[in-house]
Design a protein around this ligand. Structure first.
Ligand SMILES: Cc1ncc(COP(=O)(O)O)c(C=O)c1O
Length: 421
């Protein structure tokens, strides 16, 4: 008997997105027709952008834009091949040397996306007899890396040291090498990895430690050098991953660590070897952004000031912001339908914000993910606050005591968050 079926049948049956489109609530692929960084135009209307990862606001810094244009003039628009073959620029190597120094490692290697860094590095390092210990809230690209790697993966509860020790105790001796991997700043809940006890466990159980600093670079540490620097423990992290798609205002990513380890990854990570090199414009953008991070602290100071202002005011309004203590400030709204409806309302009111629903968060834990930038003006922030308050009230997230209680319970049960108000 044959089980033959049409491979595409699942596509014909897939209705989720179409239903949202029919209701006018589809929140994805909003067409941006112009941008100043802080503000964008979609559907002919202006919105304050509080849904981007442009933490330092450098995507529209004239010096950064000029550097990208100069690189196009000198090298053209693309490298048209792998770094291995015809695509290796002096700019790539300059950026790698500068990044290694910035994060305090011996060497760094740039890939054409951050996703590839996680996928390629984890798969290159973790062999059949090795194991990965991965935080449950890690980014999808880490999950992808763990799935491609030949070794086993054991997940532990989000930022939960007791749970990590429990799984280490139960399993570590069955494996050869081991890698603990976690985001430095978690991309949805905006909390910071509890690094010091993880370092202790990594030493105690002979594991290497890999920190994904995608949302920490430009955000944590005096100049934005990342999570290790934030805790003054950068020498105890074995591998630092970074992406250029956030504070560095372009695309691409890197891995940094000991020179021999980076050399190995350079010759074994398939997404590095078999994909075209970062473009000249992106590489020059990242270099100029790095110059600015190293020499100007006003951007990170503004970012901290703006994030603290929004965090304080959003909490005062009564939003549940989970354990966020970074520029990523989630607003817990509960069910997916409410998240879609609020996001649509806000976009129409001039605030660009993105809903986060399952499977990115557990069922019933939908969020609005808001995030702030160094370049936001007081006027931008107050405009966003005014409309977030209106939306919160209109959709019953604010001002309804039983809903507040229900959301606090969801936050406690799913994220271990104690109500702060
Ligand atoms: C935590 C984390 N790691 C890795 C990535 C992947 O980075 P990129 O956008 O450069 O592919 C992202 C981006 O969404 C991220 O949030």
């Amino acid at each position: 008997m044959s089980n033959n079926s049409d491979l595409f049948s699942k596509c014909y049956r897939y209705e989720d997105a179409k239903k949202l489109q029919a209701m006018g609530l589809y929140p994805y692929f909003r067409k941006i027709t112009a941008s100043t960084g802080n503000n964008v135009i979609t559907n002919g209307k202006r919105q304050v952008m509080i849904g981007s990862n442009n933490y330092l606001g450098l995507s529209h810094d004239p010096r950064v834009m000029e550097a990208a244009k100069d690189a196009i003039d000198k090298y053209g628009t693309g490298c048209t091949g792998s770094r291995f073959l015809n695509g290796n620029l002096d700019l790539h190597e300059e950026l790698e040397a500068r990044l290694a120094k910035f994060v305090g490692m011996e060497a760094a290697l740039c890939f054409s996306t951050g996703f590839f860094v996680n996928q390629g590095t984890i798969a290159a390092l973790v062999g059949r007899s090795d194991v990965i210990y991965s935080d449950r809230e890690n980014h999808a690209s880490i999950v992808e890396g763990t799935q491609v790697a030949l070794g086993d993966t054991i997940r532990f509860k989000h930022n939960d040291i007791a749970d990590l020790e429990r799984v280490l105790k139960n399993s570590r001796e069955k494996y050869d090498g081991a890698l603990i991997v976690a985001d430095g700043v978690f991309s949805m809940s905006g909390d910071i990895l509890n690094l010091p006890p993880i370092i202790e466990l990594a030493k105690k159980y002979n594991c290497k430690l890999y920190v994904d600093d995608a949302h920490s670079l430009g955000v944590l540490g005096t100049h934005g050098q990342g999570t290790g620097h934030h805790f003054g423990m950068q020498n105890d992290v074995d591998l630092v991953m970074g992406t250029f798609s956030k504070s560095f205002a372009t695309t691409g990513g890197f891995i940094a660590g000991k020179a021999d380890v980076v050399h190995y990854i350079k010759h074994k990570a398939r997404p590095f070897m078999f994909s075209a090199a970062m473009s000249p414009a992106s590489t020059a953008t990242a270099l100029k952004a790095l110059d600015i991070m190293e020499t100007e602290t006003q951007h990170i100071e503004n970012l901290r000031k703006n994030s603290a202002y929004m965090s304080k005011n959003l909490k005062q309004l009564g939003f549940n912001t989970l354990n966020s203590n970074t520029p990523i400030i989630p607003l817990l709204v509960g069910d997916d339908a409410t998240a879609f409806a609020i996001a649509q309302y806000l976009v129409e009111e001039g605030v660009f914000v993105t809903p986060v629903v399952r499977p990115a968060v557990p069922e019933g834990c939908a969020l609005l993910r808001t995030s702030y930038m160094a370049s936001h003006t007081q006027e931008d922030l107050d405009y966003a606050l005014e409309h977030l308050e209106k939306a919160g009230k209109k959709f019953g997230v604010l001002g309804v005591p039983e809903n507040t209680e229900r959301l606090n319970k969801i936050a406690f049960d799913n994220f271990g968050v104690h109500a702060t108000l």
